[in-house]
Design a protein around this ligand. Structure first.
Ligand code: AVJ
Length: 329
């Protein structure tokens, strides 16, 4: 049986390559052109994102971490509610281990041990999350799960006690309101009475501050955005000339979102052999690479309520730049 099964196995790399080709065909053939933000996160892009999180202009990561550092005990206590049984922590996405550690520490302090279930499409991201956690916290029982919580139904193992699902880092901000609701409804379907969602959301603020966070002085975000083209060159044999595209960050007030684009600096044609494509760009035409939605207290409440939760408690920094909301099933 082993041999047969092995013959049918497709490697993770091959699956990713197919997904990249499909995404390029979906996004670069029609106009306006776009590429999905998950394409940012190859090895080089993930390293660039780590650098973004410590930029002076990029306030979200440190602001959310400060909220956790200030209120972790209150957050865990609220999530446990009236239950005397141990809280389990489930996380959508596993790239945020350092912030999650603060909450897990608080759970360990309050209940002695905690089960932590990081869920991610990337097995290597899960490996890293597990490693960084098991080194620092021996009381945390890590049960990683490989799954795509955007496209697939979630399937959580049963747990005797309340579950708190983390969706932090304003990761929800990558999705348009209807997609965001679908993701949270899917999650809601896996939760039971007494469970909760801890949602991190970046808030609407002064436009100059928002734009600077996505167009930093040192060009790290620009390099992160342009890395998508480098990735297509490497993985699909494309011939994007990175000097002929420019990073752009725009505030779209009507949609309440920061948009990242790659602007073509000349009229040019780009070959993408593995996708069987030749893409013509007009001078000034852009590829829309990311949306990062920004929220208000009201828009967080509607999102949460439309997804079958109710807002129980909200923690914010003193400037009101970032919110952490506990939503109850
Ligand atoms: C990981 C989606 C939360 O939108 O702020 C950072 C990604 N893009 N700088 C964000 C990102 C450019 C980030 N999220």
């Amino acid at each position: 049986m082993g041999a047969l099964v092995r013959e049918m196995e497709v490697s993770a790399e091959e699956l990713t390559r197919c997904a990249v080709i499909r995404e390029v065909q979906r996004g670069l053939i029609p106009q306006p052109r776009s590429l999905a933000p998950w394409l940012f996160y190859d090895a080089a892009g993930s390293r660039l994102f780590e650098r973004i999180t410590v930029l002076p202009e990029y306030y979200p990561t440190r602001t959310e971490r400060a909220i956790f550092a200030g209120y972790a005990e209150g957050i865990i206590t609220a999530a446990k509610g009236a239950s005397t049984k141990p809280l389990r922590v489930v996380e959508l996405g596993a790239g945020t281990a350092s912030k999650t550690g603060i909450l897990l520490d608080a759970a360990v302090k309050l209940q002695g041990a905690v089960t932590y279930v990081p869920i991610d499409v990337s097995a290597s991201a899960l490996d890293e999350a597990c490693e960084s956690l098991s080194r620092s916290l021996t009381e945390v029982c890590v049960e990683p799960e490989v799954a795509n919580y955007v496209t697939d139904a979630l399937e959580l193992a049963p747990h005797d006690g309340p579950t708190m699902a983390l969706y932090i880092g304003s990761s929800i901000g990558n999705f348009a309101p209807d997609e965001a609701r679908a993701i949270l409804r899917n999650l809601r379907g896996q939760l039971k009475s007494g469970d909760s969602l801890l949602l991190g959301t970046d808030m609407v603020k002064d436009e100059a501050i928002l734009v600077a966070a996505y167009d930093d002085e040192n060009g790290v975000t620009g390099a992160f955005n342009l890395n998508v083209l480098r990735r297509l060159n490497k993985e699909l044999g494309a011939d994007f000339d990175l000097a002929r595209f420019r990073h752009q960050a725009r505030w779209n007030a009507a949609e309440s979102r920061i948009e990242m684009h790659l602007e073509s600096l000349t009229a040019q044609r780009v070959r993408i052999p593995a996708a069987n494509l030749m893409v013509p760009f007009a001078n000034g035409e852009t590829i829309h690479t990311e949306n990062s939605y920004k929220f208000t207290a009201d828009s967080v409440r509607s999102l949460v309520e439309d997804s079958g939760f109710s807002v129980e408690e909200t923690w914010m920094d003193e400037r009101g730049w970032f919110a952490v909301t506990l939503a109850r099933v």
